[in-house]
Design a protein around this ligand. Structure first.
Ligand SMILES: Cc1cc2nc3c(=O)[nH]c(=O)nc-3n(C[C@H](O)[C@H](O)[C@H](O)COP(=O)(O)OP(=O)(O)OC[C@H]3O[C@@H](n4cnc5c(N)ncnc54)[C@H](O)[C@@H]3O)c2cc1C
Length: 375
């Protein structure tokens, strides 16, 4: 029987995960990417593979499956990753209350979390500012990858292990059932998957005009400590992250905490700031972030947002000897109707996978497998 062919448009994490899943289903896959290498949201993130942020059930399981795939790929090609887990810290009593409730909820649902005292935190990790600390919630399921290394290496893995072909610097400007147009050139395939990330207007603009989707811009910073060889040992998040992830809504005291933030942290909430730090293999510390929503976003970064992020980080990290090495912004598509992704089928044999918001590194591999299995 003739092998079925598939074209995937976009070599960000969603496109790479889709290419992998389709190749494993037996498709002959070609990935087409507009730029010389992918430079979208997938290389601009923290590299946090973050099951703790996902609600129990389907999404949590999808995150765990993705984590497993990340490890399989990384182990095959020697990609760096760290099973660093995550530490959410409390510097105020209402945050500590929420962490205790979350621990109770998570433990009852089979998740492996631990409440740590300030003393345990300083013994287990380094670089954490313990002066104001009341304690923390540690989870061992979170993984850190280096997105810049991963997104440039996974194509070679897909070529070598799964026979996927990549066409770089080719812009797809039209898609129809069983064909894509690259300017004058036409390529045919049985299946076409569009994984175009924040550029959701070039192809099927009329479909996107009627889809509940927008963009979100995030500001990010990268630091290097004078003690670059010092490992924090985990990824650390401050109290503001508690109102950011859906999985934390199970804490009964969360609404009261949110209300306090709304009164006392107005500037932070205005820019959607919560503060997290992850460390890569070279010791660099990636810090963020803010959330500004809209179809057309301000292209310029605000120094004020970076200052707010760093002021907040000082509450729970010792940053005196950190030097700023880079700052940037990233943009991801985000559903406005509460859905965690969008899967559209605008014509026979053409699918659009998009809208994974701030969880693409965490969910793409699992989602793509579910998609391919359902074809
Ligand atoms: C600052 C920041 C921090 C984040 N942190 C995390 C995190 O720690 N953990 C996590 O799970 N998620 C995180 N996310 C979310 C995650 O990065 C995104 O969900 C994910 O990268 C989206 O992947 P994508 O493949 O849809 O988009 P992209 O990575 O943007 O890829 C889309 C690709 O499609 C190509 N393309 C578009 N149109 C065409 C066309 N017509 N022809 C050819 N090529 C085309 C583009 O050039 C691009 O390379 C973060 C996002 C940002 C911005």
């Amino acid at each position: 029987m003739k092998q079925q062919s598939a074209i995937v448009i976009g070599a960000g994490i969603v496109g790479l995960a889709t290419a992998r899943a389709l190749a494993l289903q037996g498709y002959g896959v070609t990935v087409i990417e507009r730029t010389e290498k992918a430079i979208g949201a997938s290389i601009r993130n923290f590299g946090m593979v973050w099951p703790i942020g996902q609600p129990d059930g389907k999404l949590y399981n999808r995150a765990l499956r993705s984590r497993q795939i990340w490890k399989e790929i990384a182990d095959s090609i020697g990609l760096w990753y760290e099973e660093a887990g995550s530490l959410h810290v409390a510097t105020e009593t209402d945050e500590w209350q929420v962490l205790q409730e979350l621990h109770h909820h998570f433990s009852g649902n089979g998740r492996n979390t631990q409440l740590l005292s300030t003393e345990q935190i300083s013994q287990k990790f380094s670089g954490i500012q313990t002066q104001r600390l009341l304690g923390g919630l540690y989870s061992d399921t979170e993984l850190i990858v280096d997105p810049r290394e991963a997104i440039s290496s996974i194509p070679a893995y897909l070529e070598e292990y799964l026979d996927v072909t990549f066409l770089w610097q080719k812009q797809v400007n039209r898609v129809e059932t069983d064909r894509v147009y690259l300017g004058q050139q036409v390529l045919q395939a049985d299946l076409i998957c569009i994984c175009s990330g924040a550029d959701f207007e070039t192809l099927y603009p009329e479909i996107f005009a009627n889809t509940d989707i927008t963009r979100c811009k995030l500001q990010m910073l990268r630091y290097l400590s004078d003690k670059a060889d010092q490992r924090i040992g985990t990824s650390v998040c401050g109290g503001l992250s508690l109102i950011h992830y859906h999985s934390f809504q199970s804490a009964p005291s969360l609404p009261a905490l949110k209300k306090r933030y709304e009164t006392e942290m107005t500037e932070y909430l205005k820019w959607g700031i919560h503060v997290m730090v992850s460390q890569n293999s070279g010791g660099e510390l990636t810090v963020g972030d803010s959330h500004e929503y809209g179809h057309t976003l301000d292209p310029f970064d605000r120094a004020e947002i970076n200052r707010l992020i760093m002021d907040y980080l000082d509450r729970f990290m010792i940053t005196e000897d950190w030097k700023l090495v880079q700052s940037w912004n990233g943009i991801y598509p985000k559903m406005t109707n509460g859905q965690t992704e969008v899967l559209l089928n605008p014509e026979p044999g053409v699918y659009i996978l998009n809208g994974l918001g701030g969880a693409g590194m965490t969910l793409s591999f699992g989602l793509a497998e579910e998609f391919a299995a359902g074809l």
